[in-house]
Design a protein around this ligand. Structure first.
Ligand SMILES: Cc1cc2nc3c(=O)[nH]c(=O)nc-3n(C[C@H](O)[C@H](O)[C@H](O)COP(=O)(O)O)c2cc1C
Length: 217
């Protein structure tokens, strides 16, 4: 197992940016896209419930419709790939059952042995005042972060897109009664050489590190 070095991670972080202008002619290779899907598949979530669905929209007509529902942001149609991240609106007892069954199958542990864990999750999802959609949405952002960092490490550019109308996305993607709702989208591909927002042309705007990270010793 070869891990990325500190220098490689730093370089990838310095080079990444929210890409405004993609080069439509540059396409992510199937091998790299596979790794990016893996970053979503392997992303951690609370209890491991994976309360999300990710939709990769290739269809140009659908992408044009989505662009109109995203402040006409060109990244929606011009990037190699468009990912739409959705959150489950509600975690139901059936979802807990499914998760426990999967754990039992994958690990070869009898479901009875997982009763304690199941009870803990069931108790948690029934907590009064727990907004399930909001909770699940927070998990989705973790997956988005994994996806963006994996992309940066592959030299693939991304633009997270919250400037979208989730209701229109839901309608276009037929999410109606799927139980899932759009949270955020992410365009992925390669920057246009003349994108003036890239770090070599526009310095990153960050507060000094000591202001945001403190060390209690
Ligand atoms: C959740 C989220 C939503 C965002 N939505 C948009 C968007 O709709 N359009 C856009 O151009 N940039 C969007 N951005 C990019 C931010 O403006 C950008 O990350 C921030 O200004 C920092 O710049 P940098 O990512 O280039 O370092 C979004 C970023 C995040 C994290």
């Amino acid at each position: 197992m070869h891990h990325a070095t500190a220098a490689q991670i730093s370089a990838a972080l310095a080079d990444r940016y929210a890409t405004k202008k993609f080069d439509p002619s540059r396409i992510i290779s199937p091998e790299n896209w596979e790794a990016l899907e893996q970053s979503l598949h392997m992303a951690p979530s609370s209890f491991g419930l994976q309360p999300w669905r990710f939709i990769v929209v290739a269809n140009p007509a659908i992408r044009a419709t989505l662009r109109a529902a995203a402040w006409n942001q060109p990244q929606v149609t011009d990037a190699s790939h468009l990912l739409v991240c959705t959150a489950k609106r509600q975690i139901l007892p059936a979802d807990v059952d499914k998760f426990i069954t999967q754990t039992s199958t994958v690990r070869g542990v009898p479901a009875e042995k997982l009763a304690g864990y199941k009870g803990m999750i069931s108790g948690f999802i029934a907590s009064p005042g727990l907004d399930h959609t909001h909770w699940n949405t927070r998990q989705v952002y973790i997956a988005l972060g994994f996806f963006m960092l994996a992309a940066a490490n592959l030299g693939i550019d991304t633009c997270p897109l919250e400037g979208i109308d989730p209701a229109q996305f839901d309608a276009t993607l037929n999410l109606g009664d799927s139980g899932y709702t759009t949270v955020v989208a992410c365009a992925a591909g390669y920057r246009a050489a003349d994108d003036h927002t890239q770090p070599s042309k526009a310095a990153k705007v960050r507060y000094i590190r000591s202001e945001i990270i403190s060390h209690l010793i």
